[in-house]
Design a protein around this ligand. Structure first.
Ligand code: F6R
Length: 609
């Protein structure tokens, strides 16, 4: 996720900005830049790559000045490059803007601004903000920013300076965090607390649709309609730097589990047009071309492979196209039956997994069109595929995939709905119903995350387990597989996943009182069958942990522990059912003293075969 730092005060701003951005480095970025109001004008310095490149450029040619804005960019629109790095400036070079978030209607705004003579120089969504502020500016910077942001659809945290106001920084936010560290005669705007801790522990938390006018000795907060916010939220920060980097959470993994509502929301953002069309221009295919697709091949590894298995159920169920899901390392050597009527979907959060990249090349050599689903703009898979659908989960630092998994599923829901719409296999009314259910997903996940008590208790009971089984049916199978993978990789407890109906064909021999069995038993067309499978394992002494739907009181008779999730359509149940399994693994691993962020023997991107 991008980092923002802004400074107004007596110090040299460049030092504060570089220092603050360094504190946000852990979030990951691909380029960085600053804009300083100096006596010669507005100086903008940007560099591709690490902060050290920016710091050495400033070291060689210092940029004096005591007010400025800085940014580390995690690319979302436009490749990682110096031209796309922030800050972005308007036509006059007097206004500079840094931005976190996604502006959904930036294409429309670009067209509108270009038509009125504005010169846009980058590929980013951010640049439109600088030009909008320019077009609305009539001497009052805060008013111009307020007018500009009323035109934006999407999410933003913004820091803006204008040469006409050499002592002012304007900050605003919607759905993207922004705080202001209140110092003595100085103020530091930042996207996250670590950037301000060197200067102050008193923090003003800006809320959605609030605009702050920041001077060295004052901060004035307004609502978008210009009315004063007389009691902005203040907080005193007790955390040390390490805790602050993790947003007060104990580990990155835990933080990232809690970031899932946002990751899903951002991934779904802008995907439904007003007329009811699913928006997926990345597919770059006319409905007639989609109609020709007679097979979908999904290639991926690990957790991404499980997202692919969820997608198989969706695409086959909705678009009625046969789907094969293959582990990338097998696909590449399997002489796959792939031709130019095959759509290959490569899922990889890092975009760098060697086996998946090799699979992409293999598929394209055979004439298939390849669409990548990844979380990293500019990663190798984006350069080697015909189209890219981005998940907008932000950088994932914990090695075990959590928020990137649920964001992948969200992106795959969109893809499956798009294919169904193009093929005409699902009625428009149903598509709109599924979409409205999908839009509720971030809120559903939030409600699960609000009540963790039962989960902790459940985890405490199984801390000493050596082996476990995960069962599910239908869409519950990949979720069981993902639950088992999470548990084994972070707690080192052996965990196997099976389709529940397969139990009696072998794995049932493993059942003892010491082997907990986790069962995905959410409501669906095979629910009764799953309950029968639970009875089979319980008859052999198993302790059952069931993931079930709120309101299903009956399931309590069949399980030692029930982890409830909110009700949703069966086909959309994959995301809610995943969350308690991530948390269960997390709590068990923590109680066993494991390093959940960096499990042994694992790497975040597997760039070797
Ligand atoms: C598990 C995990 C791995 C990755 C796998 C593929 O928590 O993170 O199983 O899912 O290595 O990685 P990507 O998605 O980057 O291709």
């Amino acid at each position: 996720m991008c980092g923002i730092v802004g400074y107004v005060g007596p110090r040299q701003a460049s030092g504060v900005l570089i220092g603050g951005l360094t504190r946000l480095e852990y979030r990951g970025y691909d380029s960085a830049g600053i804009a300083i109001m100096s006596h010669t004008g507005l100086e903008v310095v940007r560099r591709f790559g690490k902060l050290v490149n920016l710091a050495s450029a400033i070291g060689e040619t210092p940029v004096p000045g005591t007010i400025g804005i800085g940014h580390t960019r995690w690319a979302t629109h436009g490749r990682p490059s110096e031209e796309n790095a922030h800050p972005h400036i308007d036509c006059t070079g007097r206004i500079a803007v840094v931005h976190n978030g996604i502006i959904e209607n930036y294409m429309d705004l670009r067209e509108e601004l270009s038509a009125t003579g504005h010169m846009l120089r980058s590929e980013t969504d951010t640049e439109v903000v600088a030009h909008l502020v320019e077009s609305y500016y009539d001497g009052d910077l805060t008013a111009a920013v307020s007018r500009a942001i009323k035109r934006l659809d999407g999410s933003y945290a913004l820091g803006i300076v204008h040469l006409d106001h050499p002592e002012t920084l304007v900050a605003a936010r919607k759905d993207s965090p922004l705080i202001i560290g209140i110092g003595e005669g100085e103020n530091v705007v930042a996207s996250d607390i670590p950037a301000v801790l060197e200067y102050t522990r008193e923090v003003l938390v800006l809320h959605d649709d609030e605009v702050a006018t920041v001077h060295a000795d004052s901060v004035h907060v307004q609502a978008l309609d210009g009315t004063d916010v007389s009691d902005p939220e203040m907080m005193h920060v007790e955390w040390d730097l390490d805790a602050a980097e993790k947003g007060g959470y104990e580990d990155f993994m835990f933080k990232e589990i809690f970031e899932q509502p946002k990751a899903i929301r951002e991934t779904l953002r802008g995907r439904m047009c007003e007329g009811g069309d699913i928006q997926l221009s990345e597919l770059d295919m006319a409905p007639e071309q989609v109609a020709l697709i007679n097979r979908v091949f999904i290639i991926a590894c690990g957790t991404s492979f499980h997202a692919g298995m969820v997608a198989k159920t969706l695409i086959e169920g909705w678009a009625r196209i046969p789907v094969e899901v293959e582990v990338s390392s097998e696909f590449r050597y399997s002489d796959p039956i792939v031709d130019d009527d095959t759509l290959v979907v490569a899922i990889t959060q890092s975009g760098e997994t060697a086996d998946t990249l090799a699979g992409v090349r293999e598929a394209r050599d055979r004439g298939a069109k390849v669409i990548a689903i990844t979380n990293v703009v500019g990663s190798r898979v984006t350069r080697e595929s015909d189209g890219v659908i981005y998940t907008h989960a932000g950088p994932e630092i914990g090695v075990a995939a959590t928020k990137t998994f649920t964001a992948q599923i969200a992106a795959l829901y969109v893809l499956a709905l798009k294919l169904a719409q193009a093929k005409g296999t699902v009625q428009q009314e149903r598509i709109e119903h599924l979409w409205s259910e999908l839009s509720r997903m971030p809120d559903l996940v939030e409600t699960i995350l609000e009540d963790l008590d039962g989960l902790k208790e459940c985890a405490d009971e199984y801390v000493g387990a050596n082996s476990s089984l995960f069962l599910g049916r239908g869409i519950g199978v990949p979720i069981a597989m993902e639950g088992a993978l999470k548990l084994k990789e972070i707690s080192y407890i052996h965990a196997e996943a099976y389709p529940a109906g397969e139990m009696k064909h072998g794995p049932i021999a493993l059942i003892t009182e010491e082997v907990p069995v986790v069962v995905i038993a959410t409501q669906g067309h095979t629910y009764e069958k799953v309950v029968s499978n639970i009875q089979e394992v319980r008859a052999r002494g198993a302790q059952v942990i069931a993931v079930a739907t709120h309101g299903d009181d009956d399931i309590r008779r069949h399980a030692e522990h029930v982890l409830y999730v909110p009700a949703t359509t069966e086909s959309l149940s994959a995301i809610p059912a995943t969350i308690p399994l991530q948390l269960l693994s997390y709590y068990i691993a923590k109680a066993r003293g494991c390093n959940v962020d960096q499990p042994r023997n694992l790497a975040k991107s597997v760039t070797v075969e």
